[in-house]
Design a protein around this ligand. Structure first.
Ligand SMILES: *Cc1c(COP(=O)(O)O)cnc(C)c1O
Length: 322
């Protein structure tokens, strides 16, 4: 990946003249069977651009209460787009067509206008949970019936594709826009892509500009993203296998109250009162194991391409010793 980045051919992407950025955008668009894609600095940026693209002031977005766009994008829904959010409940961060239907606002001046549904797959705070395509198709139909746009926060989509045996084109067919991250499971240093129709991506480019996201010789980092798309999807199953193995070790430990279902590379478990989550995260860090507290007594582990078999052996030793 470094080699590809150091030798990348670049140009001024502000004028659409960076061949490596253009190639990355074309490869991503083709992968999803769509017209176009836009390379951006982060997943937050691609999501925020998509929200702006699909909504107008006073509109409302429908999404799960665990959604990254709501919880972890610093209130951007409000500050960038001036829209409100209708938050849904649902098992492991997943929502259903039925819930969406029930959340659509009436045509009444008292209510915001429901305009956009946003799904997240895999669902980070849901423990890397994945959607079945049937449910997504039902949500798509509901959106069609009510004139709502449908966006996918697919920062971790490739993990879902591998776990569920689905294809990128399945998703390209369903969603108006899809955001994918090259810097999460795929291991590139920087960047996300927004995929969609010619018209949407043309407008998205203008929104990216006003967010300060138009750039010049971005080809150096785009080359890392391209390498990631071409080489690092096939190996994601290894991360999933490792997460499942860690889950099975945790199941047998006295300080673990519950291990949540593990479908992909994210693993959430609940501690007994032997440790608080703060104490546990600090203990792990003493042994150079870095994890995230995900709520009261909840810990999140994420496996990834730099987490080797040697790391795995060390981790198991540490987990058993605590
Ligand atoms: C990480 C993440 C994002 C945002 O990506 P950044 O590049 O950190 O801005 C969006 N959605 C999900 C589900 C994520 O996990």
């Amino acid at each position: 990946m470094h080699e590809a980045m150091m030798t990348a051919e670049v140009g001024d992407d502000m004028f659409g003249e960076d061949p490596t950025v253009a190639e990355l955008e074309k490869v991503a668009a083709d992968m999803f069977g769509r017209d176009a894609a836009l390379y951006c600095a982060s997943g937050t940026m691609t999501n925020q651009i998509a929200i702006r693209l699909h909504t107008r002031l006073q509109d409302e977005i429908i999404c799960h209460k665990y959604s990254h766009i709501y919880l972890y994008e610093s209130g951007g829904i409000m500050s960038n787009s001036g829209v409100s959010v209708r938050l849904l409940e649902g098992e492991r961060g997943l929502i259903t067509a039925e819930d969406v239907k029930a959340a659509i606002q009436p045509d009444d001046i008292h209510s915001p206008v429901s305009r956009l549904v946003s799904l997240e797959n895999t669902m980070n705070k849901g423990g890397g949970s994945c959607y079945d395509l049937d449910e997504i198709w039902s949500i798509r139909e509901t959106c069609h019936e009510h004139g709502l746009a449908l966006h996918l926060d697919g920062a971790r989509l490739f993990n879902a594709l591998v776990a569920k045996g689905q294809s990128a084109k399945d998703y390209g067919e369903i969603f108006d826009t899809i955001s994918i991250c090259l810097s999460k499971g795929l291991g590139a240093p920087v960047g996300s892509l927004l995929v969609g129709s010619h018209d949407d991506i043309k407008r998205a480019k203008r929104i990216r500009k006003v967010m300060g996201g138009a750039w010049r010789q971005a080809g150096y980092i785009a080359a890392g993203g391209l390498y990631a798309l071409q080489h690092n999807i096939g190996r994601l199953q290894e991360d999933h296998d490792k997460a499942k193995l860690i889950a099975s070790v945790l199941e047998g430990l006295d300080y673990v109250e519950e291990v949540y279902p593990c479908e992909t590379n994210i693993l959430i478990f609940k501690l007994t009162d032997k440790y608080t989550h703060q104490e546990y995260v600090a203990k792990l860090a003493e042994h150079d194991v870095h994890a995230f507290a995900f709520g009261p007594q909840l810990i999140r582990f994420v496996t990834h391409l730099d987490f080797t078999d040697d790391h795995m052996n060390l981790l198991i030793e540490v987990l058993k010793r605590l």
